[in-house]
Ligand binder design. Structure first.
Ligand SMILES: Nc1ncnc2c1ncn2[C@@H]1O[C@H](COP(=O)(O)OP(=O)(O)OP(=O)(O)O)[C@@H](O)[C@H]1O
Ligand SMILES: [Mg+2]
Length: 495
């Protein structure tokens, strides 16, 4: 038998319990209850029907756990009615019999469930944790804020895109801090209007947000207002970072432009090669027979001069044909490891004594022990020559020519930069400079083949060529050529 103190303590323990805990007779009359059950002093409810006291009914409730326990003679857990999720209105859904050995004397009825793992609080906690996990690990950035703009939810994806930790976002900043000026206002206006997915909703809105470093990040925003009894209590936004998508679009557009360029080069190249071959024979004839006439006939000085001019022009035609053939890659293609610095030095050696270089300051900044590129020596000469000549011609023989070579950290390339202090390339000219036969020079001064040749040579070497130009300031050609990881040092090109 339990002693007085133990009994007293047990009763106190039951009274201290926060949940409904009553003992009823098989007739549903309350025999005992913890203090302050249902807001009433427990003595007031003793002897009353439980269904009357708790639910103001005149008969036992449907779903009564006591009744079921009575039927089965064992503890019963009744399914919880859906509408009773509010903790204040929890029904008696767990009951177990008290028997004296032979017959059942009474039933304990409670509004909570002992035998299931954890009880309702734990379930709530568990589902809360599950929801939090879901939000935290969502691919989209999820940010929720209360009416005042205080951030309530800031998931991991948001941490990545916005640069704040969850803690910083929740404590140090407000939702307005992630939007540029007035954009938060704009977003709220759209959310409240009917036009962007219905009242309280905003779908697929592209907007820039500000990350922690103040950088604008383009995002696609889906957001909604959370209402409670028709009052706005919070907003929740799903932010999708568009940077990667835009970068890919950009790259695609660039690749397309390059493809079109390459296609153009190749078709014009083929045509040019065909024409060049056809011209070679008659040109050979012109040169041969002119020489024959000059040697076999006793000509006047004037006639000789004219024929020399014919020969010179024929030679010029031949050179153009050679350029054309080179451009369309109909010439040899002998690739071997070589040092770009040696190519630059040799090209400059050939050019620097020319008259057009007289008033040009040349600056060279060549990285020592540059890795080798696998390239055709003659083609590299051509490429450098064309770009350098263009630069000098653009400066109208006065200015500074800078040639740099170095390896780029990011893409394992040897980079050559050729800059001039010329007039720059106008915007309307820029898209055409690599086109064959495009020239802005006077007739007879340029064929327009220099850059198209340079382009096809660089492409043939797996490299890239880009141009940066500022009107009135000058132009820089940047050529990247892939280098071989193993070789380093001097020139083996045998030049
Ligand atoms: N460094 C530069 N500064 C300004 N404009 C340039 C420069 N390089 C090239 N250009 C422009 O690009 C055009 C095409 O150059 P490209 O070398 O293909 O032909 P070209 O120099 O006119 O003739 P060619 O080289 O066949 O004698 C030039 O006519 C010029 O307008
Ligand atoms: Mg040129």
């Amino acid at each position: 038998m339990r002693k007085g103190l133990e009994k007293e303590t047990l009763i106190k323990a039951i009274d201290a319990f926060k949940r409904r805990f009553i003992v009823v007779s098989p007739e549903f009359k309350i025999l005992a209850a913890k203090r302050e059950t249902s807001g009433m002093e427990h003595s007031a409810i003793l002897g009353e029907y439980c269904y009357k006291v708790f639910y103001d009914r005149s008969s036992p409730c449907e779903n009564c756990a006591v009744e079921a326990s009575m039927d089965k003679g064992k503890p019963i857990l009744m399914p919880k009615p859906e509408e009773s999720l509010g903790l204040n209105e929890m029904p008696c859904y767990y009951a177990y019999p008290i028997d004296s050995g032979e017959e059942i004397e009474a039933f304990v009825s409670m509004d909570f469930d002992i035998p299931t793992r954890g009880g309702i609080e734990e379930k709530l906690l568990w589902s809360n944790a599950f929801l939090r996990n879901l939000i935290q690990n969502s691919v989209a950035c999820v940010i929720a804020a209360d009416k005042k703009g205080k951030i309530l939810i800031f998931n991991k994806a948001a941490e990545k895109v916005f640069g704040y930790t969850e803690d910083q976002a929740l404590n140090d900043i407000y939702i307005r801090d992630i939007y540029p000026d007035k954009v938060e206002y704009e977003v709220m206006q759209k959310l409240r209007s009917e036009e962007y997915g219905g009242k309280g909703r905003l779908r697929g809105y592209t907007v820039n947000i500000l990350n922690k470093d103040g950088e604008a990040v383009p995002i696609n925003l889906n957001a909604s207002i959370i209402y409670e009894n028709e009052n706005e209590v919070a907003t929740i936004g799903f932010f999708h970072d568009l940077r990667e998508e835009l970068r890919m679009k950009d790259e695609l557009a660039k690749t397309q432009a390059q493809l079109i360029q390459a296609e153009k080069m190749s078709s014009v190249g083929k045509l040019a090669a065909g024409v060049a071959h056809q011209l070679n024979n008659p040109l050979g004839g012109i040169t041969l027979f002119t020489k024959l006439v000059m040697e076999e006939y006793d000509l006047e000085e004037g006639a000789k001069e004219d024929l020399t001019r014919v020969l010179k022009d024929a030679e010029r035609c031949r050179n153009i044909i050679r350029e054309l053939l080179e451009f369309s890659r109909q010439t040899r293609d002998l690739k071997q490891p070589l040092n770009v610095n040696t190519k630059i030095t040799r090209t400059m050696f050939l050019l620097e004594d020319q008259a057009i270089f007289q008033n040009i300051t040349v600056e060279k900044d060549l990285q020592s022990s540059l890795p080798h590129v696998i390239a055709d020596s003659q083609q590299l000469n051509h490429m450098l020559m064309n770009i350098i000549l263009n630069a000098v011609q653009a400066m109208e023989e006065k200015g500074r020519l800078t040639i740099k070579s170095y390896t780029t950290a990011e893409n394992d390339k040897v980079r050559i930069e050729i800059s001039d202090t010329g007039p720059g390339i106008p915007e309307d000219v820029m898209p055409h400079i690599f086109e064959p036969f495009f020239t802005t020079k006077e007739e007879g001064e340029g064929t327009g083949l220099g850059l198209s040749l340079a382009y096809s040579i660089v492409e043939n070497h797996g490299g890239s060529i880009i141009v940066k130009s500022k009107l009135g300031k000058g132009t820089t050609f940047i050529i990247d050529l892939p280098y071989t990881a193993t070789s380093n040092g001097g020139d083996k090109s045998g030049d």
